[in-house]
Write a protein that binds this ligand. Structure first.
Ligand code: MTE
Ligand code: MO
Length: 376
């Protein structure tokens, strides 16, 4: 049952931008029909005008941000194999193409003027940082991917970026964690929450990111700051528009998606995806190519199978880190006919991606990506 003006909550952490827009339109319509016309129109117009003004001023503020140099600079990325292989995902996903998942109907426009990040809860001492204080801390860069738990096998709710930010473990060490705390909860200005185990403070390069692919964090990706925790799906880790980090317990608090039927703990599963060729091609020698990921170990090997043939080992691209995807490709002399192509990855510890088919809910899809290609 839908009440007037009631915004149905998204049912999956894979609510896409288009779906969110549709939802906003529907709720606006419902609101207009439900209220006495004139007043409601003025109210909606006023609210969206304010939002646009805020958006413009935050965009201006963001454009003037100067990010410092990281303490240790990552080497420049190698030549991207995607420049030679049409259709292959690049090493880093451009910000404008990076997938987006938001529960909020409108992207929060957060000005750093009155923004702070507060670390509190089961800690020895609270820490509150302004944006300037955060930027003045020691900064690090890391190549990490993000993946949505709602990503279907072969889906595009995943991306790779070079993040700039402050190490989470440094900051939490300063605060001093109560040994009884077992959950680190991120909370955003829009009320979204995502919690993950204190056990991920295991040396992995978790950061409070302020930069993404060489620019200040885009507004839609969480400006001024967000969490990026390698190896965990976004819904349990990657809080955007971050305003608080609270040390707590899994017994005491649940992140936004947990009571909605998603697992409380959700490490990213080994996956691989075929990006190219397309469904129908002309007979010729083409590349079968794609990306694979297996955080934290990293991808060691990718294999490709055509119909029931033997698995062939693909060439793998540069390994930026164990925590982001790795490209792979193989030449295929495609003769006329119809073929089923599949791929599978093995991580650097020798774990083979599982062939067992599972849906995204509750903790991530599995199975091999398969595409049918007709060659004429
Ligand atoms: N504030 C806030 N943070 C959030 C979300 C959200 O809805 N609101 N979605 C999470 C989910 S489900 C994912 S997969 C990632 C996606 O990050 P991106 O939109 O930058 O790709 O952000 C996470 N952080
Ligand atoms: Mo997600």
């Amino acid at each position: 049952m839908v009440r007037d003006g009631y915004i149905p909550a998204p049912s999956t952490p894979g609510f896409t931008e288009a779906q969110t827009r549709a939802r906003a339109r529907a709720s606006r319509r419902r609101f207009l029909y439900g209220a006495t016309a004139a007043g409601a129109v003025a109210l909606v117009a006023g609210a969206s005008g304010r939002w646009l003004r805020q958006r413009a001023s935050v965009a201006k503020e963001r454009a003037s941000v100067v990010l410092g140099r990281p303490a240790s600079v990552l080497p420049n990325s190698p030549t991207d194999p995607a420049t030679d292989i049409a259709g292959l995902s690049p090493l880093h996903t451009p910000n404008k193409d990076f997938y987006r998942i938001d529960t909020a109907l409108t992207v929060p426009n957060v000005s750093t003027d009155d923004w702070t990040l507060r670390i509190h809860g089961m800690v020895d001492s609270d820490i509150t940082l302004t944006y300037d204080q955060l930027l003045k801390r020691e900064l690090f860069e890391f190549d990490h991917m993000l993946s949505c738990v709602s990503n279907q096998v072969g889906g595009d709710l995943a991306g790779s970026a070079r993040w700039l930010g402050v190490r989470l473990d440094d900051l939490l060490e300063e605060a001093g964690i109560d040994p009884n705390a077992d959950q680190i909860m991120g909370r955003s200005v829009d009320g979204f929450t995502a919690g993950f185990p204190t056990a991920v403070l295991d040396g992995r390069d978790s950061i409070i990111a302020v930069g993404m692919n060489g620019e200040p964090l885009p507004i839609s990706h969480g400006y001024p700051a967000r969490l990026v925790i390698p190896g965990l799906y976004g819904y349990v880790s990657a809080t955007k528009w971050l305003k608080e980090i609270e040390l707590t317990t899994f017994e005491d608090q649940q992140g936004y998606w947990i009571p909605r039927g998603w697992a409380a703990e959700a490490p990213i599963k080994i996956q691989s995806r075929i990006d190219t060729p397309k469904q129908s091609i002309d007979a010729s020698t083409v590349a079968i190519a794609g990306v694979a990921w297996a955080p934290l170990a990293g991808v060691g090997m990718v294999e490709v199978q055509i119909d029931d043939g033997s698995w062939r080992e693909a060439t793998v691209g540069p390994e930026l880190s164990g925590t982001t995807w790795r490209q792979w490709w193989i030449d295929w002399d495609a003769q006329p006919g119809t073929y089923l192509l599949r791929c599978r990855a093995t991580d650097n510890d020798g774990n083979l991606q599982t062939a067992d088919v599972a849906p995204p809910r509750p903790d991530g899809a599995t199975g091999y990506h398969e595409i049918q290609v007709s060659v004429s």
